[in-house]
Design a binder for this molecule. Structure first.
Ligand code: C5P
Length: 229
């Protein structure tokens, strides 16, 4: 796979540790994901610091609130010159429309809609009162996102084929829940290998612990990029 397709989830709290990962792999990895853990610990200045290294940033804030609040948060996040920002499609049409309008002046930032968390399985959705399977719910949310004007989504690699059929080739589909063969699944449920995810039509893969916790991260990254992971 193309190095631009790999996104490393910087799921650590320490700015120095995170920056070390960025500097070490900036030339091999397309983009670095700053999620709730790192953003809460280090804030927007840290995002600026990562951008100053030249690395691309995926700011995974999974925004989900009333439309006005999300729009203001999107506006503020887009000032950080990031490449991707996540919002929950479960926030509904009005929230998605407001988020897109807020991001419109900064076309460099693409909004990605979270469909169903890859840690959720059908039993979790049942507990939450959803009538659909994870795949059915992801499809429903994908259609909603598209009709609101979204051009990118985050979904499980297991749902990529289904979503690609529905959304066509020019939609960006980003998939976490990716595990090289033999790696620990951790709290993820609906996982595939990197090669399977790319073959099914994922545009980009988000991978965290299989790289961060590896004794030899270079080797894991090389395996993923060569399609053998
Ligand atoms: O360590 P791991 O490879 O499981 O990390 C996956 C990353 O992707 C985490 O940062 C997690 O928050 C994020 N993510 C996810 N499922 C989604 C959306 C984002 O696992 N649906």
């Amino acid at each position: 796979m193309n190095p631009d397709q790999l996104i490393l989830a910087l799921d650590v709290s320490d700015a120095g540790v995170a920056l070390d990962w960025v500097r070490r792999f900036n030339h091999q990895i397309g983009c670095f994901k700053i999620g709730l853990q790192l953003f809460t610990a280090q804030g927007p200045d840290f995002v600026r610091e990562v951008r100053q290294t030249g690395a691309q940033v995926f700011l995974d804030l999974k925004l989900h609130d009333i439309p006005n609040t999300v729009a203001k948060a999107v506006e503020a996040a887009c000032q950080l010159d990031i490449q991707y920002l996540t919002v929950h499609t479960l926030g509904g049409r009005a929230m998605l429309t407001a988020a897109l309008a807020a991001a419109a002046p900064t076309p460099r930032t693409m909004l990605l809609g979270i469909t169903v968390l890859t840690s959720h399985d059908n039993d979790d959705l049942d507990d939450l009162g959803f009538d659909h399977t994870a795949a059915g719910q992801a499809l429903l949310l994908a259609k909603l996102a598209r009709s609101a004007g979204m051009r990118g989504l985050v979904c499980s690699p297991r749902e990529v084929t289904l979503l690609r059929q529905e959304l066509g080739t020019d939609f960006t589909l980003v998939t976490p829940g990716v595990r090289p063969a033999g790696a620990a699944v951790n709290d993820q449920n609906r996982v595939t290998t990197p090669a399977e995810a790319i073959a099914s039509g994922s545009s980009h893969l988000v991978i965290g612990r299989p790289i961060l916790n590896a004794p030899d991260p270079e080797q894991v990254i090389a395996g993923i990029l060569s399609g053998g992971g």
